[in-house]
Design a protein around this ligand. Sequence first.
Ligand code: HEC
Ligand code: HEC
Length: 343
Amino acid sequence: MKNKILMATVFAFSVTTLPLVAGESLPATGKAPLASYLRPHAVPAPEDNKPTAVRVELGKALFFDPRLSGSNTISCATCHNPAFGWSDGLPTGVGHGMKPLTRATPTILNTAYNAILMWDGRKKSLEDQALGPIEADVEMNQDIPGLLKKLDALEGYRDLFKKAYPGEGISPATVAKAIASFERTIVSTDSPFDRWARGDQKAVTADVKRGFAVFEGKGNCTACHQGFNFTDYGFHNIGVKDVGDKPDEGRYTQRKLPSLKGAFKTPTLRDVALTAPYMRNGLYKTLEEVVDHYDRGGDLKENLSANIKPLNLDPQEKADLVAFMKSLTGRPVSVTIPLLPMH
Ligand code: HEC
Ligand code: HEC
């Protein structure tokens, strides 16, 4: 019962975390009640796509099916691989023809809660996002009419679509809705930090507790990494160096506000120990390198967020911050790879 009350409070908190458009206007929040870091139990879903078991089953098959790509070799799970915390362990994704992409593959963990998606925020919902990578020539390079034909030729898929979306057929909309329904099942599980947040003093070691104090205090991390998902869903320029010769303008490519030049979406820190390398371009291999980045106040100074300043952390504080971030790793989940329709 106590837990239910906590959940309700947390949900109210998360509703106020609306997507930020102008990015930099967020006030530093500093300390928040520990319970506000617990994931709301209810997973949001749009009215016209409430998850059902068969929708999730269909979406899972599509997510793991390499035939969603033009070459029949790349699935969503090639890049969003459960064995790498739903990312790929690479600095940037590798797409069609083994060509590296320019940005890192984010985890799809907790994306059900995201009010805005992609490093530059160009997608509004999981449904809105799902067909993008299929069609993109650099990613899966599969035209949608061709994909619908491939799926319609397989009795197994025809059946699943009929059961999942009766009367709606195999369409771009139902493909996207099914994939989104599966993604909504990928949510963070109980981590040592959560057990501590619920009152178990022994769930984490002293370095984690100290690290959390640095996170909320001297480190100023909660200016942007807030709430249960450790993100404000806002966009900020934190002074990360570009890799390659062309600077990535991030959110500015979508909204031409000067303050958004070089600003990227604040990523979740849930399961962050599993999703190295870090940053939109995979610049850092370890969490220690990330902490050093913040400690020196970032590298590029042009349009840098006012919340990024040298922190003067001592070696103990840095190690504690890393220990805290590692405590956000949930219980391991076992993922059964689905058998795919063969005819
Ligand atoms: C070749 C690798 C690759 C494949 C294949 C791929 N993705 Fe991604 N995914 C990425 C990269 C890279 C990004 C970030 C791109 C950006 O922000 O510009 C991304 C972003 C996303 C996001 C946004 C996450 C967030 O937090 O903003 C979702 C959701 C997602 N992909 C789902 C999918 C689905 C569903 C499929 C299959 C239909 C898929 N991806 C296929 C590499 C890939
Ligand atoms: C001004 C907002 C802001 C502040 C303050 C901030 N972050 Fe971030 N954080 C971001 C953004 C935005 C990114 C992605 C930036 C990019 O790739 O260019 C990020 C990336 C990260 C990543 C990489 C995650 C991944 O999946 O790639 C980690 C880890 C991280 N931050 C931890 C911290 C810690 C620890 C602190 C405090 C010392 C902190 N952040 C302070 C906004 C912020």
